[in-house]
Design a protein around this ligand. Structure first.
Ligand code: GLV
Ligand code: GLV
Length: 321
């Protein structure tokens, strides 16, 4: 009999669906939006594999419903904090994900956010349309460039390293990084210095967060950490919203504790349009589009399907958690 797979949304790039449909009985949540929780719990029953995204919380309730048939989960993402990996291991469920393929796209988007924030692109752009552009003016819309600045990278993994490489041509004075492990050879390539979290906060003009969400990194950016940063600091987060205490970020931006922020991730997602953060002018918020380059997303869909098929037959996955 063909393995049964549940796919949690219909608008994934076709290649992933085609690969799965060639080998499996595929049930797709036929809407271009995340499957509602009750439907996920209902549809997972009796399935051999699950194709999900970071919108789907795969917790112990889902795993309980999925037991004992579920053998593989493929998430179309590099992050897997939405999956109870410990629970999966305990049930013998293999988990595939999509690192590497989205590293460049996410590093690019992080650079875009960094430049947009430090040079105030979105604030300036609004002035063109709202009549605020009166004349060229000597100090109007001045930001701070990257040249000569100290850039601190929190989480020097694949993406953090690629961001560091892209920052080098902008001529920073220093690149600092912190993380669980010192990565000497990768750091040497970009002249990055390993420092502790406190030093990074104190010395960086720009703090760029690219770490995974884990019990160690949740709320890592809180009132205390923002207070340690320079008043002129720019804070960029392209990892997960939950690494930030968002209320503390709001207060820090409103009260001039730091200068500005650029976020590709928030809590919750989507961020309500009337969230206090949307009222601030010194923030750029993007709707979690780090990997949103079409070729990247097609590859992510393909790899997720391959991981699932490999998991089902019990061979090595392209990338397994
Ligand atoms: C995006 O945030 C991902 O984890 O792929
Ligand atoms: C994710 O790919 C990371 O290691 O930064």
């Amino acid at each position: 009999t063909r393995p049964k797979v549940f796919v949690t949304r219909s608008d994934i790039p076709q290649i992933g669906l085609d690969l799965l449909k060639a080998e499996c009985d595929v049930t797709v949540w036929e809407q271009p939006s995340p499957v509602p929780r009750t439907e996920l719990l209902r549809n997972i029953v009796g399935k051999d594999a699950l194709f999900c995204t970071l919108c789907d919380k795969i917790d112990s309730d889902v795993l309980e419903k999925a037991s004992p048939s579920l053998k593989v989960i493929g998430t179309m993402s590099v992050g897997y904090d939405h999956i109870d990996v410990g629970g999966c291991k305990a049930q013998g469920i293999r988990v595939g994900y999509t690192p590497d393929v989205l590293t460049d796209a996410t590093a690019e988007l992080t650079m875009a956010l960094l430049l947009a924030t430090t040079r105030r692109l979105f604030e300036a752009n609004k002035e063109v349309y709202n009549g605020g552009w009166k004349s060229w003016a000597p100090t109007w819309m001045c930001g701070q460039g990257l040249k000569g600045s100290t850039v601190g990278i929190v989480g020097f993994g694949r993406i953090g390293q690629e961001v560091a490489k892209r920052i080098v041509p902008f001529k920073p004075s220093r690149i600092l990084y912190t993380g669980r492990t010192e990565r000497k050879s990768e750091a040497a390539e970009v002249n990055a210095e390993y420092v502790n979290f406190d030093i990074l906060l104190k010395e960086s003009d720009v703090v760029v967060v690219l770490c995974a969400l884990s019990p160690e990194t949740v709320n890592m950016f809180n009132e205390e950490s923002f207070a340690k940063m320079k008043k002129s600091a720019v804070f960029i987060n392209a990892s997960r919203g939950a690494v930030v205490d968002q209320k503390a970020l709001y207060e820090a931006l409103r009260n001039g504790v730091i200068t500005s922020a650029g976020l590709d991730v928030t809590t919750p997602e989507p961020l309500p349009v009337d969230d206090p953060l949307t009222k601030l002018s010194n923030i750029v918020i993007l709707p979690h589009i780090g990997s949103a380059d079409l070729r990247t997303r097609i590859e992510m869909s393909r790899i997720t399907a391959c991981n699932i098929l490999q998991g089902i037959i019990g061979t090595q996955m392209i990338a397994e958690v």
